[in-house]
Design a protein around this ligand. Structure first.
Ligand SMILES: [Fe+2]
Length: 197
């Protein structure tokens, strides 16, 4: 029997970590070890000139792991994380994170801007800030871990702070393109182990 891919070994370790403690205190170390030692993620990357891509690696009850692929000049909307916890590990290139908050009086305020290089791990939740992510100086690839999985989130207008709830989709699942397929159907199939069967 073929040995599991390093990224699948990472997934098992993440599941065990969230079983042990749902806050995931050991997650940064697990992500940074994987980032330092492995490149199997490269075969699952897909880039698009239209927008950055969200590529599903794994999803279970406690978490969702995605590879995000960024072309130069692309950026995420300002968004929240639906009361979940989010870790971002940079696999290739450099990413810039911009924090935002929405004051009670209305509008939106920009906070700190921080670069993250390959090998680094960032963390955010809604208590810290909302944020925007974009690559700096060329293409970038990042691992995004959400606990619990996120099906919808809020995005914010950069001028007014007005929020809109949007559904999250996938560009590919475990390397196989699925853009345009219903994300709810994909999620069901992934959870049932029947996706791509
Ligand atoms: Fe985010």
């Amino acid at each position: 029997m073929a040995s599991p891919l390093p990224i699948d070994q990472l997934c098992r370790a993440l599941e065990a970590e969230f079983d042990r403690d749902p806050r995931g205190p050991g997650v940064p170390k697990l992500l940074s070890r994987y980032q330092a030692d492995h490149e199997d993620w490269r075969s699952w990357t897909h880039f698009s000139q239209e927008r950055y891509t969200r590529n599903l690696v794994a999803r279970c009850g406690s978490y969702e792991l995605l590879l995000l692929c960024w072309e130069e000049g692309q950026e995420s909307p300002i968004h929240d994380h639906a009361d979940q916890r989010c870790w971002m590990g940079v696999l290739q290139g450099e990413l810039e994170e911009v924090h935002y908050r929405t004051p009670a009086a209305g509008g939106i305020e920009q906070g700190r801007v921080q670069p993250f290089q390959a090998g680094q791990v960032a963390f955010i939740d809604d208590g810290i800030a909302f944020h925007l992510i974009r690559p700096r100086g060329g293409r970038a690839v990042s691992l995004h871990l959400y606990s619990n999985p996120i099906d919808t989130c809020r995005i914010f207008c950069a001028d007014t702070g007005r929020a809109e709830t949007v559904a999250m989709g996938y560009h590919s699942v475990r390397g196989q393109l699925c853009a345009g397929d219903d994300p709810a159907v994909i999620r069901e199939q992934v959870l049932a182990g029947t996706w791509g069967a």
